[in-house]
Each structure stands twice: as structure tokens, then as C-alpha cells.
Design a protein around this ligand. Structure first.
Ligand SMILES: Nc1ncnc2c1ncn2[C@@H]1O[C@H](COP(=O)(O)OP(=O)(O)OP(=O)(O)O)[C@@H](O)[C@H]1O
Ligand SMILES: [Mg+2]
Length: 458
């Protein structure tokens, strides 16, 4: 790295400053010096190493060390200490100092300590660079280069390191859980647990014990006390999936827990603190649920400090083919055969279908196609009927043949999806042109997405 490696000397005795500065400059280092620790804190730009005296009037070397460590963790601090204050040197090491030297300082030892610190600074920076590339690889599981997916990747990278609660919103099968994992994996909590709970799948009566735990004997089956998921996720991330399905009484308890950062296990009269980051997901229109009184507004604001809006698959253009390739390779591997190729007529069908079940539907479709494929290339016949027969135009033309007759609901779904696509995913505008309010449009899309999910399951 070509950037300058500046060493900052801090000592309230000007003579000492001059002495060390001369030693370091003779060895070819770039040195800045100040007699004021407070000023030193404003001089940290491009500094690699800080060398500070421990006993200073204005601010102790220990306090300086703590503040440098907090402001610029990759800056190495060396403290200079008299034989009588070894204790404070040890305290300084605890506060993040890298090394200490006894006074009077031996110039040779000073130079050795400085070059070691510079090396460590360099290493730290390399690790930081590596970590940011690893981060990119971390989201590699989440495929997609289309403009709306690029935005999602950028947002994940930006918010992963913060503690903010994130609400992930998107139709069924758009990858909400995958996004939650990507946030966790890129966060400083990556080494901690990732705990997920599907609020819709747990019976309401059990949700409270699941989340908060319970005390011994609090109900008949409870022989032992159990930790709730909030506490289990401490040091890591708690993912509240389908939060829109949470019963209202539970919402009040959740809100309280999030405000107090403690939970009260069922049947216990103590508060247990937790330290987990909260991510939630929903495919429902939560704002609508708030307006209709089915979801608490105060809770909505708490879980929704940041929103990640996942685009529907049909809004992602050629991402469809990128994903199809990946699923094709995975499925072929599982079937122990080379992946079939995707000829352009098949690709075209994949691109024009509306994918109401989104990425999950595509994944199922490709898996099925691979197991059916008889040749080295996929054919239209390997696709499920609804994809094979889908023609974007069918909703305008009258059926010529009884086999082309569509249920009205399907017709409506295709038309809505087509309009949304035509408007580049702008659902408000689509609702306006269709003469629906936005909420109704959402509900209709949701309903058809759910229908697709049931179709997939059968
Ligand atoms: N961008 C993506 N890249 C690769 N795989 C994806 C992507 N998005 C989703 N998938 C895959 O699609 C499937 C569905 O994703 P996921 O379970 O995260 O969706 P979801 O939004 O949580 O769905 P639901 O609302 O039904 O719970 C998973 O197998 C996931 O691995
Ligand atoms: Mg999910």
C-alpha cells in the first residue's frame, strides 16, 4: 500500500517529543508531534502508530489510548511508562494499546516497537480489505445483478454492520430468508447464532414460550425451565419470519421486550436481558395492516427502522436466467448428470412467464425439468404446463379453443402482473391505472402468489 505511514508522538514534555522525533526521523519515518493529547485526537488522519506518554496533565495516556482505539481501531498505540507505573501500562494494554516501553526509552527498542506496530497496522488493513471481499462472496448466495437486486445488495452491505432492526418485505419466494442470512453473515455478529422462527407456523399459545422461554413448572408440561429464542440468539441475530401473522396480544409483549431489551419468561417474575439483533420479514402489506388495526403501529416502527423491499422475480429481467443456470447446475449435480443447456426458445418462455411464486417457483420448475429432460438440452416439454402455455398476450385475446379458457382470477392476475411489469414495478402507478387502491392491488397479487404456492406444493 502506497499511503504514508505517519507516526504521531504525544508527550506534554516538549524535550521528550523532540528526542523521539529525531530518533524516528533518522530511521526514515514520517513523524508528527504534539504536546496536547486533545489535539492528538484530531490528528489521526493517515496515522498508523501513536506513541504516547502515560502521565500527562491534560488527559492521561490511558484515556487517550481508549479514545484512539474507539475512533481508529487499526491504529497501533505504544505507551511510554516509568518503572513506577507498570500498572497503568497494563491497564493501557487492556484498553487496546499494542505495546509499552519503559522510560528512559532505548532508541533501538523504540525503533523495533515502531516497525512491529507498522507491520501490524498493515496487516489489519489487509484483513479489512479481505473481509470486504469476503463480504461480497457472502452475498454470492443471493444471486442477481438486475438494477433492483443491485440496490438490495448495496443496502445489505450498508446496514449489515449496524444494529438497526430491518424489515424485509417481498412476495412469497423472493428470497427474504436468504437476505436475512446474508445480513447476519455480513454483520459483526456473524460468529454468533442465527435463530429463525416462523411466527405463522407456531400456534399462538406457544409463541410466547418459544420467544421468551418459561420458568420451571409454569404449566403442566414444563418440567424444566427453558430459554426463549430471544436469549438463545444473544450475540447473534433473531429472525422473526412472517411477523405480520403475529397475534395482537403477542405484539404488545414483543414491543415491550424490544423497548426494554429484556424478556420475561412465561411464569417467571424476573426480567432476562438479551442481546440479539432483530430482523423480520413479511409478505403482507404491514402498513395496510396498521391502518386496519391488525398490526400495532408502534411495533411497526420498532421493527422497521430500515426496510428492504425485494422485487418480484418478473421484475428482475435476465436475473431469471442467471438463477435458472444455478438451479440447473445444482439439480443436475444431485441427479448425477451434466447440466442440460437452455436453448433460446426455452429461455424465452422462462423470461416471459410471470412467476407468481417467484424464485421458489423457478427453482421447482427447473428441478422438475432436469429430472424430466431426456436430452442434453431442455425442451419446452420439460417445463410445467402453466409455464409452457403461458403467453403474455392470452389475457387480451378471447379463447379460440376450450383448452385456452382461463379462470377469471388467473386472467386478472396475469393482467395485473403484466401492467406492473410494463410500469417497471411501479405498483402505485399500476394501481392508479387499474382503478384499484394500492392495498387492493397488493392483496390481489398476494392472493395469486399464495395460489401459486399451493399449486407448487401439490
Ligand atoms: N437471489 C437469490 N439467489 C439464489 N437463490 C435464491 C434467491 N432468492 C431466493 N432464492 C432461493 O429461493 C428459495 C426461496 O427463498 P426464501 O425461502 O428465502 O424466500 P422467502 O421470501 O422467505 O419465501 P416465503 O415468503 O415463502 O417464506 C430458496 O430456496 C432460496 O435459496
Ligand atoms: Mg420465508
Amino acid at each position: 500500500m502506497s499511503d504514508r505511514q505517519v507516526i504521531l508522538l504525544v508527550d506534554d514534555e516538549p524535550d521528550q517529543c523532540d528526542l523521539h522525533q529525531a530518533t524516528l526521523e533518522r530511521a526514515g519515518h514520517t513523524v508528527r508531534a504534539t504536546t496536547s493529547p486533545k489535539l492528538a485526537l484530531n490528528m489521526l488522519d493517515d496515522v498508523a502508530v501513536v506513541i504516547t506518554d502515560l502521565q500527562m496533565e491534560e488527559m492521561s495516556g490511558l484515556a487517550l489510548c481508549e479514545r484512539v482505539h474507539a475512533a481508529a481501531p487499526d491504529v497501533a498505540v505504544i505507551v511510554l511508562t516509568g518503572i513506577g507505573s507498570i500498572d497503568s501500562a497494563v491497564a493501557a494494554l487492556r484498553a487496546g494499546a499494542y505495546d509499552f516501553l519503559l522510560k528512559p526509552v532505548d532508541p533501538k527498542l523504540l525503533l523495533v516497537a515502531v516497525s512491529r506496530s507498522l507491520e501490524r497496522h498493515q496487516l489489519r488493513r489487509e484483513v479489512a480489505v479481505l473481509r470486504s471481499t469476503a463480504t461480497l462472496q457472502g452475498t454470492a448466495g443471493l444471486l442477481g445483478e438486475s438494477p433492483p437486486m443491485k440496490k438490495v445488495h448495496e443496502l445489505i452491505a450498508r446496514i449489515a454492520s449496524s444494529a438497526a432492526s430491518v424489515l424485509i418485505h417481498g412476495e412469497t419466494g423472493t428470497g427474504k430468508e436468504l437476505v436475512a442470512r446474508a445480513i447476519h453473515d455480513q454483520s459483526p455478529r456473524a460468529a454468533g447464532p442465527f435463530v429463525a422462527i416462523n411466527c405463522a407456523a407456531v400456534p399462538p399459545t406457544l409463541l410466547e414460550t418459544e420467544l421468551f422461554g418459561h420458568a420451571k413448572g409454569s404449566f403442566t408440561d414444563a418440567k424444566v425451565s427453558r430459554q426463549g429464542l430471544f436469549v438463545q440468539a444473544s450475540g447473534g441475530t433473531l429472525f422473526l419470519d412472517e411477523i405480520g401473522e403475529m397475534p395482537v396480544e403477542m405484539q404488545a409483549k414483543l414491543l415491550r421486550a424490544l423497548q426494554e431489551r429484556t424478556v420475561r419468561p412465561v411464569g417467571a417474575n424476573i426480567e432476562v436481558p438479551f442481546d440479539s439483533r432483530i430482523l423480520s420479514a413479511t409478505n403482507k402489506d404491514l402498513e395496510g395492516a396498521v391502518a386496519e388495526g391488525r398490526f400495532r403501529q408502534d411495533l411497526y416502527y420498532r421493527v422497521n427502522v430500515v426496510t428492504i423491499e425485494l422485487p418480484a422475480l418478473h421484475e428482475r429481467g435476465r436475473d431469471i436466467l442467471v438463477l435458472a443456470e444455478r438451479f440447473l447446475r445444482n439439480a443436475a449435480e444431485r441427479n448425477g448428470r451434466p447440466p442440460p443447456t437452455v436453448p433460446s426458445n426455452v429461455a424465452e418462455r422462462l423470461l416471459s412467464y410471470t412467476w407468481p411464486g417467484n424464485v421458489r417457483e423457478l427453482e421447482n420448475c427447473i428441478e422438475r425439468a432436469v429430472s424430466l429432460a431426456r436430452f442434453d438440452a431442455l425442451t419446452i416439454d420439460d417445463l410445467p404446463e402453466r409455464v409452457r402455455n403461458y403467453r403474455a398476450e392470452t389475457f387480451v385475446v378471447a379463447a379460440d379453443d376450450p383448452s385456452e379458457i382461463l379462470p377469471l382470477e388467473e386472467l386478472e392476475r396475469r393482467y395485473i402482473a403484466r401492467v406492473v411489469r410494463l410500469l417497471n414495478g411501479n405498483k402505485s402507478r399500476a394501481a392508479q391505472l387499474l382503478g384499484l387502491d394500492r392495498r387492493t392491488l397488493h392483496r390481489r397479487l398476494e392472493r395469486s402468489a399464495e395460489a401459486a404456492k399451493t399449486r407448487d406444493a401439490t
